[in-house]
Design a binder for this molecule. Sequence first.
Ligand SMILES: [Zn+2]
Ligand SMILES: [Zn+2]
Length: 132
Amino acid sequence: MPKRTRQKEAILRVLKSTTSHPTADWIYSDVRKEIPNISLGTVYRNLKLLWQSGEISEMDFSGTFSRFDGNPDNHYHFRCERCGRVFDVDEPVNKETDDRVAQKTGFKIFYHRLEFRGLCRECQESREVRTK
Ligand SMILES: [Zn+2]
Ligand SMILES: [Zn+2]
């Protein structure tokens, strides 16, 4: 089905072109510029397929609405508590933690996720302006 492939490719392209870890709604509105008749359900379905095939990763930090990541490799994130933006953190993933926890608990660990929280650079600056 060439149409489905085109939709999937458009979604993947949108995700790979941004580092903002967008929600499905955001991806939907961006993909619609290219494919105006695409539905949100189709976007969700293709995101799931892309996630299942390991081409993207899904982030469940916020609970109510999930964000998606064009980078399928395990990496750490920073989330700004003020503006809610998510950034990639260039820090090596510590696989020894997985081994240590696996030994301690007997669980089979595939990977772990780490999220740093605080204020992004822009929010730190705007806070300074406000307090003056
Ligand atoms: Zn911020
Ligand atoms: Zn990321």
